[in-house]
Design a protein around this ligand. Structure first.
Ligand SMILES: C[S@@+](CC[C@H](N)C(=O)[O-])C[C@H]1O[C@@H](n2cnc3c(N)ncnc32)[C@H](O)[C@@H]1O
Ligand code: SF4
Length: 441
């Protein structure tokens, strides 16, 4: 796909739609009855499930997902409570339906003991209607993911591992809070791919402080050499609350590269991966040729597919109602076993179901013009973006260029603002740590 090189950046910031954009919170007294009716129905066909494991071995300074430090006892207690949540939900639900992708995300699911990983996965298989071809992902990092845990996951049905690496550059890794040198991270991933025999994907971040183009090219080359099935490339999101912000202020890190440098690094990744024959499966995800990567959960969650949620801090949506499970670990653990530990319920904006579908199309890089909502408002935006080299219009579709794919979240936000102006104020954010999906951009 042709890339245009705009003289100036088309947007001054790169921002996404808030996950709860346009939703109306349901008052707490209404939750039990609403939850009961949602919960009693069968799982829809083609649904997803997300399970959150809110523990980390340390707080990596670049990350906004950290919630709780890990210790074996609280992780075991947490697994017990999570299994009770799964069983209580299953006991009320009408049988039927089908879950086509299940994601254990974090935090760091691979920190759980082998025994806890096994009993959790087996409980998920026993309580949820997983399809025969269900994509079952376990997220984590290389530290503490020992062969006995890999064996336990595979024996209990996991068929995909998503491992956060961020960069293979040892000096940057150390400052980020990752103790293994880059070459150990690389050999671990190569080992995991061949030893597990499952789909292994890795996360890399570009635009980190100190990460220049040369380092980033090497990161992609290294990733390409490991037998991985997939690769996520995320733009570094410098949220104000991150510990790294203080480190930059104190001079412990150089300033983070700006948007123009991030865009250049994104394009380097897209070109290197395309040259190696990898397919672009979403704006930030790539699949190796014949690697078996489906990326089903990540693609469908963006399109608003119904998703069941379990575990402290998890977010889900069913029948137009989104909900969050209690994020506070103590309160989650102390909720009686038969009660769903809910922290929020909200209903979607009437008539805005197209928003999620459009978000899915932007992720896939191609918008069908025939199904555009309020075309009179959105077509002028698309024409403007075509002039700026962000997309190409061919009469039936708008196809995002590589530049357009970098700015995809910002374009989505602008479309929502223009199409539904009444909901504009205060409804955007500079990307988000929400636990339905690890992706932050
Ligand atoms: C929720 S984290 C969990 C991964 C795993 N615990 C780890 O430590 O690698 C998932 C991914 O989010 C991405 N991420 C975290 N903080 C980010 C940030 N500030 N900007 C961009 N991506 C970020 C990282 O690539 C990370 O692998
Ligand atoms: S990168 Fe992973 S391990 Fe580190 S703080 Fe974030 S979620 Fe936790």
């Amino acid at each position: 796909m042709a890339d245009a090189l705009p003289d100036a950046l088309p947007f001054s910031s790169r921002r996404a739609l808030m996950p709860m954009w346009g939703q109306t919170a349901l008052p707490q007294p209404a939750w039990p009855e609403r939850w009961q009716s949602l919960q009693a129905a069968a799982v829809p066909d083609d649904a997803l499930a997300y399970v959150h494991i809110p523990f980390c071995a340390n707080h990596c300074v670049f990350c906004g997902f950290y919630r709780n430090g890990w210790n074996p006892e609280s992780a075991r207690r947490y697994t017990d409570r999570l299994i009770a949540e799964l069983e209580a939900d299953a006991a009320c639900r009408t049988p039927g339906g089908s879950i086509r992708a299940l994601y254990l995300g974090g935090g760091t699911p691979t920190l759980l003991a082998a025994e806890d990983l096994a009993r959790l996965l087996l409980a998920l298989r026993a309580t949820l209607p997983l399809s025969d071809d269900c994509e079952i992902t376990v997220e984590g990092r290389i530290s503490h993911f020992t062969p006995d845990k890999v064996d336990a996951c595979v024996a209990a049905g996991a068929n995909r591992f998503s491992i956060g690496v961020q960069t293979f550059d040892t000096a940057i890794r150390r400052r980020l809070g990752r103790k293994h040198p880059g070459d150990e991270a690389a050999s671990y991933l190569a080992w995991l791919a061949s030893y597990s025999g499952q789909v292994v994907v890795a996360d890399l971040i570009f635009g980190l402080p100190g990460q220049n183009e040369e380092i980033w090219r090497r990161d992609i080359d290294t990733a390409l050499s490991l037998g991985l099935a997939g690769l996520d490339v995320y733009a570094f999101n410098l949220m104000p609350q991150l510990p790294i912000v203080r480190m930059i202020e104190k001079g412990a890190f150089p300033p983070a590269p700006g948007l123009a440098e991030q865009l250049a690094q994104y394009k380097i990744a897209c070109h290197q991966l395309a040259d190696a024959g990898w397919a672009q499966l979403s704006n930030s995800h790539f699949g190796a040729p014949a690697g078996g990567e489906r990326n089903r959960y990540n693609l469908q969650i963006k399109s608003g597919t119904p998703c069941l949620a379990f575990g402290a801090g998890a977010g889900g949506n069913l029948a137009g109602v989104s909900y969050a499970v209690e994020p506070d670990l103590g309160r989650y653990l102390d909720t009686p076993a038969r009660q769903k530990p809910l922290a929020r319920m909200a209903s979607g904006l009437a008539g805005s179901h197209w928003l999620a579908a459009l978000q899915g199309e932007i992720e896939s890089g191609c918008l069908a013009l025939a199904t555009l909502p309020v075309p009179a408002r959105i077509m002028p935006l698309l024409q403007d973006w075509a002039g700026k080299g962000l997309l190409m219009l061919d009469g039936t579709h708008a196809r995002l260029t590589t530049d357009g794919r970098f700015w995809g979240p910002t374009m989505m936000r602008q479309i929502a603002d223009i199409a539904l102006p009444d909901h504009r104020a205060g409804q955007t954010m500079t990307l988000h740590p929400i636990h339905t999906h690890k992706e932050t951009a």
